[in-house]
Design a binder for this molecule. Structure first.
Ligand SMILES: NC(=O)N[C@@H](O)C(=O)O
Ligand code: NI
Length: 163
């Protein structure tokens, strides 16, 4: 399979099969700090295997060019992975269901600059793809022994567009 895939706006519901959207939308779950801060509580829980630990890192990424030619998708069998922009950078989020050990047809989403995401453990995804850069992202994922990266090189590339 190949072809052109148009990115859709990222929403909690559309992304649910693949992971969580981290955003402060609607009313907060509760207030903290004497009413100074609204907390959007427990929006995602990092996951790791027993041998790993969850760590916070920073990624400083150059921008991708649109349209994006998607040639490879990856997944992390031992843990979840989250990306949160530190300066409001929009980014492409490309995911796919697993079909007998390889990614199916991808879906692409475009964040609005106020959103982060967490990929479920072992979810097929494209690598971080900011629309502007260099851009800094908080990365929350599994560190530890073993190879927590499986790459799949697509037999035919997809063209990802974003209006
Ligand atoms: N390796 C890393 O931190 N990033 C990739 O896994 C990615 O999904 O961009
Ligand atoms: Ni990854």
């Amino acid at each position: 399979m190949s072809g052109t895939i148009a990115a859709k706006p990222l929403t909690v519901g559309a992304f649910a099969p693949y992971g969580e959207v981290l955003e402060a939308s609607g009313a907060p779950d509760y207030m903290i700090n004497a009413g100074l801060c609204g907390r959007y509580h427990d929006r995602a829980r990092p996951e790791t295997d027993p041998e790993g630990e969850v760590a916070l890192s920073i990624g400083r990424s150059d921008a991708i060019s649109l349209p994006l030619t998607l040639k490879m998708m990856e997944r992390h069998p031992d843990g979840s992975q989250a990306f949160v922009p530190m300066n409001g950078t929009r980014f492409l989020v490309i995911v796919a269901a697993d079909e007998n050990g390889v990614p199916g047809r991808p879906e692409a989403f475009l964040t609005n600059g106020t959103q982060g995401i967490q990929y479920k453990r072992n979810c097929w995804h494209g690598v971080l793809a900011p629309l502007e850069g260099p851009a800094d992202f908080l990365i929350v994922d599994r560190i530890g022994p073993g190879n927590n990266l499986e790459e799949h090189h697509l037999a035919a590339p997809y063209t990802i567009t974003a209006e």
